[in-house]
Ligand binder design. Structure first.
Ligand SMILES: Cc1cc2nc3c(=O)[nH]c(=O)nc-3n(C[C@H](O)[C@H](O)[C@H](O)COP(=O)(O)OP(=O)(O)OC[C@H]3O[C@@H](n4cnc5c(N)ncnc54)[C@H](O)[C@@H]3O)c2cc1C
Length: 419
C-alpha cells in the first residue's frame, strides 16, 4: 500500500513499489507480460492514477525530494517528487514564491500538466516558469534540457514536456523561475447564484493581478485573490471596490501567497474522506460574457441533479499572461482559455452502483458544460476510465499526432501511461 492523499490510489493493491529510476526499469521483460500494463508514477500522490491494483508504482517522493534555491539567479531546483507546499515553504524563507495551485498537496504533476494558479494571470502557468528539466524518456534515455539551449531535434520534446510529460517521460528534476513574495488581499465568503453571476461578470474585467475562484458544493463559496505588488495601484482598488456591494464577503489581508489556505472546513468537502473514492475532470473555456445567465441556469440544473453531497463544481480563472506565447510553445494548447472549471464526485469506496451513478453525473455535467468549456485540462490522467480517449483529444487538440509520434519513439514499450 502507498501512503498518498488520493484514497483510490491509497487503497490500491500494488504489484511492486520502486523508488529509483535505473536501467532495470526500462527492461522490456518487466513490462510486456500483461496487456495494457504500464508503470504508475507518483509525485504528490493526489490523483487516482499514481497507483492501481496489480500495477507497479514508481514513487519519486523518497529519492527525488530536494529543493535548492540559487540566491543569485532566484531559480529553484526541485526533485520530481516534491510537493508544492514544501516548495513554497522553502521559498518563503527567502521571501520568494511560486504560482502554485489552490492546494499545497499536489506534486510535480501539478507543474508538468500545466499548473493553473490564482497567480497565473500575472505570472503564467507553472509550465511557463520552467527553466530546465532532467529525467528519463520512456525508453530509458537520460534527458537534460535547458530553455534557450534546445537543439532542433530536442525542440518537440521540450514543448511536449510542458503539458504532456507523463505520457513519455519521468522527470526527476525541474528548475523553475521564482517570484517575489508579495502581500495578498483575499475577498471571500458564501454567495448565492445571482451574486455569483454578478461576480463572474465583474471578474471578466479584472486586471491581471486579480483572479476569481469559486466552488459550488452544498453552498457557493468564492475567493477573489488580489496580489498587491503596487499598493498605489488604482485599477486594483477600483476593481475591489465593486465588491463592496456583497455584504457577506470578508476581506483578509495575507502577508504572502504562501500563507493562504483555500477551501474552508465549512464547505465539508469530501476530497480526503478515507471512506470514499473519487474522480475529477477539468475543463477549459473562454470568457462567458453574455452567456453568464445561461451558464448560471445550467449550473443550477447540474447541481439539482447531483446524486450525493460530495459532488461539486468549481472554477478558477486564468488568462492574462497564460494567453501569451512568449514563454515558447507547449502542449498546453488551449491558450485562449480564461476559465478552468472542474467537476468532482465521490462514492463509498466499495459501492459499485454508487460509483456508476456518480460517474454518470460527472459525464452528464461535462456534456452540459461543453458548450461553455469545450476543452480539457488534462490535470488528471483517466486511462482507467471510458472518457480517456475523448479527454486526451480535447486536451491536446492539433498537437495530438505529434504526441503520438513522441510516444511511439520514446516510449515504444508503453511503460508510461497510454495515450
Ligand atoms: C486539492 C487539489 C487542488 C488542486 N488544485 C489545482 C490547481 O489549482 N491548479 C491546477 O492546475 N491543478 C490543481 N490540481 C490538480 C493537480 O495539480 C493535478 O492533478 C496534478 O497532476 C497532481 O499532481 P501530483 O504529483 O500530486 O499527482 P500524482 O498522482 O502523484 O501524479 C499524477 C500523474 O502525473 C504524472 N507525474 C507526476 N509526477 C511526474 C514526474 N515527475 N514525471 C513524470 N510524470 C509525472 C504521472 O503520470 C502521475 O500518475 C489540484 C488537485 C487537488 C487534489
Amino acid at each position: 500500500m502507498l501512503e498518498v492523499p488520493n484514497i483510490n490510489s491509497k487503497d490500491a493493491k500494488l504489484k511492486k513499489l520502486i523508488y529509483d529510476v535505473d536501467d532495470s526499469l526500462f527492461y522490456k521483460d518487466n513490462y510486456s507480460n500483461e496487456e495494457f500494463e504500464h508503470l504508475c508514477v507518483c509525485s504528490g500522490g493526489t490523483t487516482s492514477s499514481c497507483a492501481k491494483n496489480g500495477f507497479t508504482t514508481l514513487d519519486l517522493r523518497k529519492n527525488y525530494n530536494k529543493i535548492h534555491l540559487d540566491r543569485k539567479t532566484n531559480l529553484v531546483t526541485i526533485g520530481g517528487g516534491v510537493i508544492m507546499g514544501d516548495l513554497v515553504n522553502h521559498l518563503q524563507k527567502h521571501n520568494r514564491s511560486f504560482p502554485i495551485g489552490l492546494s499545497k498537496l499536489p506534486g510535480a504533476g501539478y507543474i508538468l500538466t500545466g499548473g493553473v494558479s490564482p497567480l497565473s494571470k500575472a505570472y503564467g502557468l507553472a509550465i511557463d516558469n520552467i527553466e530546465s528539466i532532467k529525467g528519463f524518456l520512456g525508453n530509458g534515455t537520460f534527458i537534460s534540457l535547458k530553455k534557450n539551449q534546445i537543439n532542433p531535434e530536442e525542440q518537440l520534446i521540450w514543448e511536449a514536456i510542458k503539458g504532456a510529460a507523463p505520457f513519455f517521460s519521468i522527470i526527476t528534476e525541474i528548475e523553475l523561475k521564482t517570484i517575489q513574495s508579495n502581500p495578498i488581499k483575499v475577498i471571500e465568503g458564501f454567495v448565492n447564484l445571482n451574486e455569483l453571476s454578478e461576480i463572474i461578470k465583474l471578474s471578466e474585467e479584472f486586471p491581471e493581478n486579480i483572479s476569481l475562484q469559486w466552488i459550488y458544493a452544498q453552498k457557493i463559496y468564492i475567493y477573489i485573490f488580489a496580489e498587491l505588488n503596487n499598493l498605489e495601484d488604482k485599477r486594483t482598488e477600483e476593481s475591489l471596490m465593486l465588491l463592496d456591494k456583497f455584504p457577506a464577503l470578508e476581506k483578509q489581508f495575507h502577508e504572502n501567497f504562501n500563507k493562504i489556505n483555500f477551501f474552508p472546513k465549512e464547505l465539508n468537502l469530501y476530497e480526503l474522506n478515507a471512506n470514499n473514492h473519487s474522480e475529477v475532470i477539468s475543463l477549459l473555456g473562454e470568457d462567458l460574457k453574455n452567456d453568464i445567465p445561461i451558464f448560471i441556469k445550467c449550473l443550477d440544473e447540474i447541481m439539482d441533479n447531483k446524486p450525493n453531497n460530495s459532488c461539486y463544481i468549481a472554477s478558477q480563472q486564468l488568462g492574462g499572461k497564460t494567453k501569451k506565447l512568449n514563454h515558447g510553445a507547449s502542449f498546453f494548447v488551449h491558450r485562449k482559455s480564461t476559465w478552468k472549471p472542474w467537476i468532482y464526485a465521490s462514492w463509498k469506496k466499495n459501492d459499485l452502483q454508487e460509483k456508476e451513478v456518480a460517474l454518470e453525473w460527472i459525464y452528464k455535467s461535462w456534456s452540459k458544460l461543453k458548450r461553455f468549456y469545450p476543452n480539457i485540462h488534462l490535470a488528471q490522467l483517466h486511462n482507467h476510465l471510458n472518457s480517456h480517449e475523448e479527454e486526451i483529444t480535447l486536451a491536446f487538440g492539433n498537437r495530438m499526432n505529434e504526441l503520438k509520434t513522441l510516444k511511439n519513439i520514446f516510449d515504444p514499450q508503453g511503460i508510461l501511461p497510454p495515450l
